[in-house]
Design a protein around this ligand. Structure first.
Ligand code: PLP
Length: 430
């Protein structure tokens, strides 16, 4: 639809990114190629809502930016190239992408099997939006493929998994789930949310998934500057249908955020590999601390699915670490109120190191029983490791954990805003 992209000379403004670069690192830095329109090395930001037609219907491939835009096109070809797939379809946010893909695949009366450990907003979407449209979902722990196939009914059209799960980092063997689902019924679409690992560490389409969805807001853009979502697939008909849904519902990525995301992608492989190394170092340090009850990170020998982690991602496991403090809620409150370098935010996957309390922030809308069943206890803390010197992050966590010990001797003064309400120890921000 929007891939026709001729310049005045008739050659494409943004020539197609070659489908197969010699390596993903090269694809990240070098695609899209310099544009032929003015030979800018950096993809131009085409900040417009509309395009002049030389005569009725006589335009250069773009008519209105709710349907397509050259900068957005470039991002879509870039994201597709990272997965050896056709151009992706991009959206204004990860949740806009998820909404459109469900609308493209399901109708009233259909059923989805959804990972219980998916991002809280995904769970909310199925429970509070799609349920009202007559689309049911069953939530299962997808670490065991048998749980997924057991939940399949004659009405099931979609299986939606996220690996690692958010925030408990439980892994799903994408290949095992895809094989098991297809053995039951080949027409069920298997979707993987690959936001945490990105194509650098996991390529679900190569493992049998039909569709991959991203919040590009996270690692892919990577600088906490642009919202976005993307869907990749090798099924051209599905992508075409998704573009139609996007045109009809209006959730397209903006040119400016597409441009920022393109810039972020150039350093994605470098960033996520370094964040993985930093995360392992910090996870090991956390494990050595008496104040920490348990640390969850796929790179640790103590990780329950260590062998699967090695098989799925090799030696690098992403930048997200989860840990539980001895002393539960008060200990967590103390830590989160005292960090100085780590930022307390509802976000993950950026160059800064970020701390989140899932129970009251990202997963606040997930019913408590369901949260606890998914391992998201009140005291669980999620650390998204950035690119600072990991020694500085360790020093920050060290002083914040130490402050807890000082509290035992004499409590620090906390403001009323910092004080918890019962069962809601940290202030929920959204
Ligand atoms: N998927 C995952 C794994 C996420 O962490 C998030 C957001 O935190 C989303 C999807 C939704 O993305 P967005 O915030 O861009 O709508």
């Amino acid at each position: 639809m929007s891939s026709v992209n001729p310049s005045r000379s008739g050659t494409p403004v943004f020539p197609e990114v070659p489908a197969f670069f010699p390596s993903l690192d090269t694809a990240a830095v070098r695609g899209p190629e310099p544009d032929e329109w003015c030979s800018s090395l950096v993809t131009p930001l085409v900040q417009t809502t509309t395009y002049v037609q030389r005569g009725l219907g006589n335009h250069k491939g773009h008519a209105y930016s709710r349907v397509s835009n050259p900068t957005v096109d470039a991002l879509e070809r870039q994201l597709g190239a990272l997965e050896s797939a056709p151009p992706a379809v991009t959206f204004s946010s990860g949740l806009a992408a998820e909404t459109a893909l469900v609308l493209a695949l399901l109708k009233a009366g259909d059923h989805a099997v959804v990972g219980a450990g998916c991002y809280g907003g995904t769970v909310r979407l199925f429970r509070q939006i799609f349920a009202n449209l007559g689309i049911d979902a069953t939530f299962v722990e997808t670490a065991d493929a048998a749980n997924v196939t057991d939940a399949i009914t004659p009405r099931t059209r979609l299986v939606f998994v996220e690996t690692p799960s958010n925030p408990t980092l439980t892994l799903t063997d994408v290949q095992a789930v895809a094989r098991a689902v297809k053995a039951v019924r080949a027409d069920i679409t298997v979707v993987v949310d690959n936001t945490f690992l990105t194509p650098v560490l996991l390529r679900p389409l190569d493992l049998g998934a039909d569709v991959v969805v991203y919040s590009t807001t996270k690692h892919i853009e990577g600088h906490s500057a642009a919202l976005g979502g993307a869907v990749t697939s090798r099924d051209e008909r599905f992508l075409e249908r998704l573009r139609f849904i996007r045109k009809a519902t209006g959730g397209i990525q903006t040119p400016w955020h597409a441009w920022l995301t393109l810039r972020g992608i150039k350093t994605l492989p470098l960033r996520i590999r370094q964040q993985s190394r930093n995360a392992l170092r910090i996870a090991r340090w956390l494990q050595s601390r008496p104040e920490v009850a348990r640390v969850l990170y796929p790179g640790l020998d103590s990780f329950p699915q260590r062998d699967l982690a090695r098989r799925l991602h090799g030696e690098l496991h992403g930048g997200v670490v989860a840990f539980e403090l001895v002393g539960g809620v008060p200990a967590g409150e103390s830590l989160l109120n005292r960090v100085r370098l780590c930022a307390l935010v509802e976000h993950v996957g950026s160059v800064e190191t970020l701390l989140t309390h899932p129970a009251t922030m990202t997963h606040a809308d997930v019913p408590r029983e369901q949260r606890l069943a998914a391992g998201i206890t009140d005291g669980l803390v999620r650390l998204s490791v950035g690119l600072e010197d990991p020694g500085d992050v360790i020093d920050d966590l060290d002083q914040a954990l130490g402050a807890r010990d000082r509290d035992v001797l004499g409590p620090a003064v906390t403001t009323s805003a910092q004080r918890s309400t019962e069962g809601q120890p940290w202030v929920a921000t959204a």
